[in-house]
Design a protein. Sequence first.
Length: 240
Amino acid sequence: MDALLARVMEAHDGLERWKNLSILTARITAGGPFWEFKGQPGFAGDDLVEVSLQKERIVHRRPETGRTVVYDREADRVTVTGPDGEVLADLPEPRSTFDGHTRDTQWNVGQVAYFRSYALWHYLVEPYVFTWPGVEAHEVEPWTENGEKWRVLSVTYPPSIHTHNATQLYYYDDSGLLRRMDYQPDVTGGSETAHYIRAHEVVDGIPVPVKRHIHRRNEDRTADLSWAPITIDISDVTIG
């Protein structure tokens, strides 16, 4: 295991602990103009999520409306149902439906559900997912921002794991906590993104990033902090 990844896993209560966990639950509050821009403003707001920690699967439930989203990577399918079980979207092989999309392309219900599902699953299973079979992680050159020097982990995912794009960068402070992520989602035409962690909360010995601001990334790798297309607040976390 890469030395930085080993340090990060130690800061997150160790690899063996994660191997014995099953489910993470939380309340997710999504904000920002991105959802309306994509034609799906109803995907802003609060959801209760149940995240599988040993496979790529997530369930979202919207308390206000009764809407349920289920994404299962093994089945390669996302479904959206209403409060009475009526099917609002059923999208097999969802990734293939984004072919030719750009940053300005609007999405249907199944597509936005897929985006929110794979993204949130990753955010809540990292860094454990970096240790999974087929995932390659190694330290690269450090990054200095606002006088702080962060160590950087480059992570490359196999096709079997759906995420924003194949290779992403993760920036860690001296205590092994995540401070920033860089990626360029394939589903938005590769728009360059800098994703900041603004706060952590320790839950049963595991630090969980609970306040996230997602910004556009400039060509020089700096972030445009003047606005945040997406914000994510996480609360009521349980892990077991």
